[in-house]
Design a protein around this ligand. Sequence first.
Ligand SMILES: Cc1ncc(COP(=O)(O)O)c(C=O)c1O
Length: 395
Amino acid sequence: MFPERFSNLPDYAFPRLRKLLDVHAPGGPVIHMTIGEPRHPFPAWVGDEIAGALDGIGRYPPNDGTPELQTAIARWIARRYDVSVSADAQVLPLNGTREGLFNACLALCPETKGGKKPVVLMPNPFYQVYAVAALAVGAEPVYVPATADTGDLPDFASLPAETLDRTALVYICSPANPQGAVADAAYWESLLALAERHDFRIFADECYSELYRDTAPVGALETAARIGADPERVVIFHSLSKRSNMPGLRSGFAAGGRDSIARMKQLRNYAGAPLPIPMMAVAARAWGDETHVEENRALYRAKYRIADEILGDVPGYSAPQAGFFLWLPVEDGEAAAVKLWQETGVRVLPGAYLAREVNGQTPGADRIRVAMVAPEDEMRDGLTRLKACLYGQGQ
Ligand SMILES: Cc1ncc(COP(=O)(O)O)c(C=O)c1O
């Protein structure tokens, strides 16, 4: 037969990890530090909220979200970023950010740009849906290194003008998975200027924005509003998965310019599968409540402290500014993950599994990603074993 569009996709990170590790027996009680699945408690009121909205099961949910959810999100954006958006025209509730990041590319990437194949830029390493979205629309994904050399964020301005002129969309993750880096206002400002110069849109994946140490990360929409940039340049993506510990609710949102959101809604009218109404009721309440988010953040702050305490003297360790991943330097990520598993039973992800090889280089191949999602004692145990195994007890 013929090669299908996705026939060249590498194995996804987690099946690849199973192939790497599961041929060996764990060398101790197993601790999972691979998948970024939040494990802190979700708010106690979730069950009541679902029960209260149960009659919604008997109806098709509105594609654009319930007005209550749209309004709760718009109010959250106003409180968090001091940006006023129209709940109806500039906000689109999603079934988690992943599908939104994918579908936004379908809705907003043109067939051609300047008569040529469009480019979609993304950091490398990166959250994998960005690349699949680019391939799905027949665009050329361009993987831009985001390593210690570039401050752990991609330096898009360093690309050739020809590439930037063909660029239709840019994916950027801040706080970044896996690097834990945060784009500051200057970074957003120069990216917005670049977008204006080369006429592209920015998809800002900000789903870790509420998990931070001290200072709330600056947002892309916030910066665009502050400097008076064209609101159509930016679509932000947020989630209740990390902020509210509800990855199973599958709830997030996109917000941006009226035209961008209208196009995304248009596609969704044909192909969307909106969240069930009772789940939208939970989501609306969650965006309106910061108490549970502050409690959650306090739990992550304790984890940052534990990580600093155990790993602070490891050469090359840099404490994450936000999010819940450690991005630790090793010689070879795959070899380190195997050694750690075989000798201690701690499971981590080789950095290369989140990256693409470009010109013989795989950024992150000399890293492992460690998710700080386990309960505190388990995490402390995991990191202590990890340090002894990979960096030697005495360092
Ligand atoms: C960077 C990044 N973006 C998006 C997502 C998707 O999150 P969700 O679809 O649960 O909102 C994740 C999940 O791990 C992520 O790490």
